[in-house]
Write a protein of this length. Sequence first.
Length: 235
Amino acid sequence: MSDVGTRWTALSEEVAEVCRRAGRAPSSVEVLAVSKLQPVEALHAAYAAGVRAFGENYAQELRDKAAALANLPDIRWHAIGALQTNKAKYVARSAHAFHALDRVALADELAQRRVGAPLVVYLEVNLGGEATKSGLLPAEVGRLLDRVRALPQLTAAGLMCLPPFAEDPEASRPYFAQLRELAAVHQLPGLSMGTSQDYAVAVQEGATVVRVGTAIFGPRPVLSRAPSASFARLR
């Protein structure tokens, strides 16, 4: 088994164990393999090990990888990064789900561009109030959610957050708990939260999707080019 496959197996077993300790079924948590900047060979190795859901931060990289791996059955693409409105077409055409919806104009553009099954969306909430991150304030969730629910091309699955980085995973717990409570207020079942750093805490607090990259693929390549150009070079 490849290193990617070995890490995926170990991670899957760890997530399942965290679920059991938390009194949850392992099937209640989807592990999203964040393949940002990874070459297609690494994605092939992950797919061979059983991964079917991949997360990409950059819209054009998602577009290119989806085309390159279109022959793999059951593969699902999740767009997880901030998205410019003029690049919404790439996500609308290639993704199963989008985890960073944060404004009405973007929802409208995604809906206009979507063909086929509705795009699953998670509303991003900036619980840390960080100026460097996108996302809604908690009080803004309702207005955007009303708009999404009026668009048949989109399906509101839940909320997403990325807490301020901290070395101690426990520092993320209050943010995860707050997101869970906010989702309950708005009757949303999905919680996209937790990364390689703090996924165990996220699962304990109710995550339904954890976004894990380096724990599966190892360190990301260090690149100096734009994401789309870098992907072309890597593949």
